[in-house]
Design a protein around this ligand. Structure first.
Ligand code: DGL
Length: 266
């Protein structure tokens, strides 16, 4: 980083609007910097894409963000973290990456029944990183996993509390609740946006674990270690491979922010 310029740039990417749940936390924990948010909405959902596909798309996105001179890159997507973080670190060994992973460790600490529901994508579940997480942190607990087919699409469409979304969630959660799960891990960054619908179904007693605060804490840690200084004014830039006007409306709805988005072709 140019020492004469204290402006810090942070890139954040996801397949779509899910990463906005991470951006929201970043704006709270680490304001005063310049954020570049990238939504790959032409290719959303990533959940059932091949590893090669996700690696290719993720690489193109981070190259785009590095051209914007971002100093820290937050992969605000569990699926891209699961399939591409190791690959990206190999290709760009000098860069700072922060990944997003299902919060199994805090869930194992939080559960009283020893039964934890994990909502994530197929791609996240079918990854070495997830297997390693379960081996390290979930030996003592029973996990109930569901790849939530269709849920990301409903959230992208803004159907956060529609009967369709509620019914899908009820079907996913019923066997987990019946089995005694008392903790729900949100293993996809889209899902915090349906937390009110989830609460309606599971009630107030069941714990919900959203990894976004931990991702923002990790980003802040790197920020502090690098001795970056915040710039003062928070600046936001939005890019999408899909429809920029749609992303602007989504940012308005999900973050309550007025945004200008640009279209990018990968
Ligand atoms: N938001 C993503 C995640 O955290 C990706 C969802 C998808 O595109 O399938 O996994």
């Amino acid at each position: 980083m140019d020492s004469t310029n204290s402006k810090v740039r942070i890139g954040v990417f996801d397949s779509g609007v899910g990463g906005l749940s991470v951006l929201k936390e970043l704006l709270t924990q680490l304001p005063g910097v310049e954020y570049f948010y990238f939504a790959d909405q032409l290719h959303v959902p990533y959940g059932r894409r091949s590893k090669a596909d996700i690696q290719r798309l993720s690489r193109a996105i981070v190259e785009f963000l590095f051209e914007k001179k971002v100093e820290i890159l937050v992969i605000a997507c569990n699926t891209a973290t699961a399939k591409a973080l190791t690959y990206l670190r190999e290709i760009f060994p000098d860069r700072h990456f922060v990944g997003t992973e299902p919060a199994l460790k805090p869930a194992a600490a939080a559960t009283d029944t020893g039964k934890v529901a994990v909502l994530a994508t197929q791609g996240t579940f079918q990854s070495d990183r997830y297997t390693s997480l379960t081996e390290r942190f979930a030996n003592e607990v029973e996990l109930f996993e569901n790849p939530c087919y269709g849920l990301v699409e409903l959230i992208e469409a803004g159907k956060l509390d529609d009967p369709e979304t509620e019914n899908l969630l009820r079907g996913i959660l019923a066997p987990m609740l019946a089995a005694g799960a008392d903790t729900v891990v949100l293993g996809c960054t889209h899902y915090p946006f349906i937390e009110p619908t989830l609460r309606k179904i599971i009630g107030e007693k069941i714990k919900i674990i959203n990894p976004a605060p931990a991702v923002a804490r990790q980003t802040t840690k790197i920020f502090e270690l690098m001795k970056f200084e915040a710039w003062g004014e928070t600046l936001l830039h939005f890019y999408t491979t899909g429809d920029p006007e749609m992303l602007e409306r989504q940012v308005e709805k999900l973050l309550n922010l007025t945004a200008k988005a640009e279209k990018v072709e990968l």
